[in-house]
Design a protein around this ligand. Structure first.
Ligand SMILES: [Zn+2]
Length: 188
């Protein structure tokens, strides 16, 4: 009995529950993001097109679906017995077409499985555009409304967006010249 309890607590420390409701990004998605952010090649262009077409298919009609379909049929997918682990066999879909490298086929499969799970809209490019810096890095948005690849880029955008300095100056002026009274309201 005691031993059982011990085991249960071991398990819970090995796989901690990360804040319920907070999507954990899978390692395969991380690999996909890393690959997308490497230097531009024809393979990456094709995968980016598939991401765009998947997202367009979600908001469009049968025409957009066909456009996506024509992008993915060229891989001529086939099942491939890849490896075994314990009592499980891992059958993955791969391409027989020699012009597509393995990494591209893997990336396309990841995009398509995100599409099937309703998560392809979470693949985004950072929207940071300021007079001094811009970023278009790919990232997986853990929150649907996330627009930047990282917290520093979110903060940089907020600090440098047009009017931010003026608003901040006005706030500072207001703060020093009209101190907050005891009720938490500004004095006139
Ligand atoms: Zn960024």
């Amino acid at each position: 009995m005691k031993r059982k309890q011990q085991n249960a607590s071991d398990r819970s420390t090995q796989s901690p529950q990360k804040g319920s409701g907070f999507a954990e990004v899978r390692w395969t998605t991380r690999v996909l993001i890393g690959w997308l952010n490497e230097s531009e090649t024809d393979a990456r262009k094709r995968v980016k097109t598939i991401i765009e077409r998947s997202q367009a298919a979600l908001s469009g009609g049968s025409e957009e679906l066909r456009a996506l379909d024509s992008e993915i049929t060229r891989y001529r997918w086939r099942d491939h017995a890849a490896y075994k682990a314990g009592n499980r066999l891992f059958i993955v879909q791969t391409t027989d077409q020699p012009e597509f490298e393995e990494a591209e086929a893997f990336a396309v499969r990841m995009v398509l499985s995100l599409a099937q799970e309703g998560k392809v809209g979470r693949l985004k490019q950072c929207e940071l555009r300021t007079p001094t810096q811009s970023c278009s890095a790919w990232f997986y948005a853990e929150q649907a409304k996330q627009r930047f690849c990282s917290t520093p880029h979110q903060q940089l955008f907020n600090r440098e967006k047009p009017g931010a300095k003026e608003r901040n100056r006005a706030y500072q002026h207001d703060y020093y010249h009209h101190p907050v009274n005891k009720k938490g309201r500004r004095t006139k």
